[in-house]
Design a protein around this ligand. Structure first.
Ligand SMILES: [Zn+2]
Ligand SMILES: [Zn+2]
Length: 246
């Protein structure tokens, strides 16, 4: 039984890390900020991976995130802890996301470049089917009830821990290299695919690299460099190199 629990816990963490890297590299850096360009086959793999482990719709994610950058911590920011309160965003991040993602005007205004294509309409818009197939694939590897438990654990980790740590805590407390309302957490960045270097990111949104100081690690940037060395990804935005301003 202990072994089963260990397998479930490990699978949950691996699934969450896959979702975190795919969100950070593909949805965030490649699509929302256009700082990376992906080969079509790589893009399709990212889309399929996200469909299987999150069911997220890319136009919705990108629109909500671009709106966050446009109105950061001001009226119109979909998930600002400064406006809503820390715990509301920390616990209700998914609620605020869904509320904003459902608004057709938000999608039209902030992500008109990502209107659903054939793949989206045929497959990826049906998030629950993706997550269902994902659960079956995990089940083939570790068993059915174990897969259901691991997917549940992953959902809790991804939706209630990783996401809110970026959107909630990332605008609440931590270190700062630049003058803006976001904060860095060097330790959490190890778990969030580098996303917790959020102060750096708000200072240079088009940089595909979120780390700046030697002590800061951006795991997604390491993955991007490997993909770039294999010529699967091209770096478009200038990587962060500027001196800190505070
Ligand atoms: Zn932010
Ligand atoms: Zn961003």
């Amino acid at each position: 039984m202990t072994r089963q629990i260990l397998i479930i816990a490990l699978t949950s963490v691996v699934l969450t890390q896959i979702a975190t890297f795919a969100t950070s590299i593909y949805l965030h850096r490649a699509l929302a900020h256009r700082s990376l360009s992906l080969r079509p086959i790589v893009e399709l793999l990212f889309r399929a991976g996200l469909w299987l482990v999150t069911g997220v719709v890319r136009q919705q994610w990108v629109a909500v995130h671009r709106k966050h950058h446009t109105f950061t911590d001001q009226e119109g920011d979909p998930h600002s802890p400064l406006l809503l309160g820390f715990w509301k965003v920390q616990l209700g991040n998914v609620y605020y996301y869904v509320q904003e993602a459902r608004k057709p005007e938000t999608l039209r205004k902030f992500a008109p470049d990502l209107i659903p294509d054939r793949w989206e309409r045929a497959l990826f818009v049906r998030g629950w089917i993706g997550v269902g197939i994902g659960t079956i694939l995990v089940g083939l590897a570790i068993g059915w009830w174990q897969a259901a438990a691991a997917m549940f654990g992953h959902a809790i980790l991804f939706v209630f821990v990783i996401g809110p740590l970026i959107n909630g805590l990332g605008h609440w407390m931590g270190g700062q290299n630049f003058r803006n309302t976001a904060y860095n957490s060097r330790v959490l960045a190890w778990l969030t695919g580098g996303e917790s270097l959020h102060n750096n990111h708000h200072a240079f949104p088009r940089s595909p690299k979120f780390s700046l100081r030697r002590s800061e690690l951006d795991p997604s940037w390491l993955a991007i460099r490997i993909l770039a060395a294999l010529r699967l990804v091209a770096v478009v935005g200038a990587p962060l190199q500027t001196r800190v301003t505070r």
